[in-house]
Design a protein around this ligand. Structure first.
Ligand SMILES: [Fe+2]
Ligand SMILES: [Fe+2]
Length: 174
């Protein structure tokens, strides 16, 4: 399979997990863990193999992609540290989904077509084969191994505390 097709397939998988998580029909914890594993492994193979391999083709898009991965990773860490009962759980799912959606759109509309034009099909298939093996390995390692520790509070956390408190007070009175 071409490297770009492999990555697109993984994008669709992540999208279906977001749908499942947002539907609220299944227990969120295992779906979130699967999503985190899929996302962390996907970002790892792009960062470690795909982006370096195609860097010359669209360097500006690649640099932006690294930044978008960094922000998505922070959003993912915030979500992973959020209980499904938390008032902001759903909002954090949606925010991560929207960050990923934007990033995936840039990859699929800008980067992948340029790569498919510049790299011959045989080379792209070889790259896909090694990336698939790498992905399976990363997936088995799991997000807890793949995502470096470190999580900082932000001003947004402090600013939203008042809303949380007013909600908690309102709930207590009701
Ligand atoms: Fe990416
Ligand atoms: Fe991607």
């Amino acid at each position: 399979m071409k490297a770009t097709s492999l990555l697109e397939k993984q994008h669709r998988k992540v999208e279906s997990l977001f749908k499942q998580l947002e539907s609220g029909r299944s227990d969120p914890a295992p779906v979130l863990a699967e999503l985190a594993n899929e996302l962390a492994a996907h970002m790892a193979i792009e960062q470690e193999t795909f982006y370096p391999a195609v860097q010359q083709i669209k360097e500006d898009v690649i640099l932006e992609s690294f930044e978008e991965h960094a922000i998505a990773e922070l959003a993912l860490k915030r979500l992973l540290s959020t209980s499904p009962d938390d008032l902001s759980f759903k909002a954090r799912v949606t925010t991560l989904k929207e960050l990923i959606q934007h990033h995936v759109e840039e990859e699929e509309k800008e980067l992948f077509p340029a790569v498919e034009k510049a790299v011959d099909e045989k080379r792209l298939s070889e790259l896909g084969r090694s990336m698939k093996a790498e992905f399976e390995q990363r997936l088995a390692e799991g997000y807890e191994t793949l995502l470096p520790a470190g999580y900082k509070k932000t001003s947004a956390d402090q600013a939203s505390r008042a809303i949380h408190e007013s909600h908690a007070n309102g709930a207590a009175r009701a």
